[in-house]
Ligand binder design. Structure first.
Ligand code: F6R
Ligand code: MG
Ligand code: MG
Length: 368
């Protein structure tokens, strides 16, 4: 049976700054998903939040990029925006960058990742949702999970994975269209590494297993400031990863997150901090962060979801959260000095650039 998993996420307004959506907004999103399941448009759905973003996980049989599914997500976010406005919440409609819906949420603000699959007898997958960072947050962990035996023991132990994976990588600085490259590991390992080392420029769009051609992972690739031309909020990406058998197992998918790697994001989208793996429905707090990621594990069967297993809600991750806090605090001690604050061309607010322009005129070149 062919099933499509669609995760679409947006910040449409928050309580207390950029901290979390309100209960009324979440109830509205759940109601909209319930109506869509009843009408038969969806076979199942879940609503969660990660920081200030509402994530809609929609299960259906309509394939990827289906206008009805995208319109459902868009209309739901328009409805939660209206509630945010009526409650006087901050940043109402922040991620809805266009006035009129035009068939697909891509390029309109919300982050989306979709995968159409032939259901295996057991179909386990993990949904990642991150807040206060860009889509490049997945570069390090997905590279490790799909290409590095330090994290993916199955690359050595499981014959199904010996063929390796193809990484489809997008140049997110290119705004005229989708500029992508496909590279295979292990043969193109160093080329994949060369691109993914710069997570603000090159990001993983999808990963496909070489042996069978099955899509293993998909991630959102939108960069809001490339769409809007100015800072309108961080991109706050989502991803879906299928696990087990010819894919890395769920443990191999979670393993790299134990580093709590540094990414650009956090306060004003302009600071390097350590990503903290957190429980579902965690709020934003310290320094408009820290940058957080949630992971929900599910099985889908004949279009119906199981309950979620909250993968980072396990004692092991308490220590990683502590480490992430320590790493973030160490970096924060350096304040605005690079690399604590991001590089100039990644500044989300224009203040530094405007000031530099003014100062530039005052520079003098000394006569010899
Ligand atoms: C980061 C973020 C916040 C805001 C900050 C200022 O992604 O959303 O750190 O950048 O709170 O918000 P504004 O510019 O709305 O006053
Ligand atoms: Mg926000
Ligand atoms: Mg957000």
């Amino acid at each position: 049976m062919k099933t499509t998993l669609s995760i679409i996420k947006a910040d449409t307004g928050s309580i207390g700054g950029h901290n979390r959506p309100s209960d009324v907004m979440l109830a509205k999103a759940k109601e909209a998903m319930g109506v869509a399941v009843k009408s038969g448009l969806l076979t199942d759905a879940r609503v969660t939040f990660t920081g200030d973003d509402i994530a809609l996980l929609m299960i259906h049989d309509k394939g990827t990029d289906n206008p009805d599914i995208h319109k459902l997500a868009w209309d739901t976010f328009v409805a939660t925006t209206a509630i945010a406005k009526s409650q006087g919440l901050y940043g109402a409609g922040q991620d809805l960058l266009k006035d009129a819906f035009s068939g697909n949420v891509r390029g309109m603000g919300p982050g989306s990742a979709e995968i159409e699959l032939e259901e295996r007898p057991a179909e386990p997958f993990v949904v990642f949702a991150a807040d206060k960072c860009g889509p490049g947050v997945f570069n390090y962990p997905f590279f490790c999970s799909f290409a590095d035996p330090f994290h993916n023991a199955g690359l050595l132990l499981a014959p199904e994975m010996r063929g390796g994976f193809t990484f489809n990588i997008m140049d997110v600085n290119y705004t005229e269209g989708d500029r992508v490259i496909s590279l295979k590991v292990p043969c193109d390992y160093y080329d994949v590494a060369t691109l993914l080392r710069d997570p603000n420029h090159y990001v993983i769009e999808s990963i496909v297993e070489n042996a069978g051609g099955l899509t293993a992972a998909v991630a959102s690739t939108s960069r809001l400031h490339n769409i809007a031309g100015k800072y309108v909020g961080k991109d706050d990406p989502v991803a879906i990863v299928r696990t087990q058998k010819s894919f890395p197992d769920t443990g191999e998918i979670t393993s790299p997150w134990s580093l709590a790697h540094y990414v650009l994001g956090n306060n004003r989208g302009s600071h390097h901090v350590a990503v903290m793996p957190v429980k579902q429905n965690t709020i934003i707090s310290y320094f408009d962060g820290p940058t957080i990621v949630t992971a929900a594990g599910y099985c889908v069967h004949e279009g119906k979801l199981t309950e979620a297993v909250d993968i980072f809600d396990q004692p092991f991750w308490d220590m990683i959260r502590e480490k992430a806090s320590q790493k973030t605090l160490e970096m924060r001690r350096q304040g605005f000095f690079n690399p604590a604050m991001g590089p100039q061309d990644e500044m989300e607010y224009t203040g530094v650039m405007e000031n530099l322009k003014r100062l530039d005129e005052k520079f003098v070149v000394r006569k010899k």
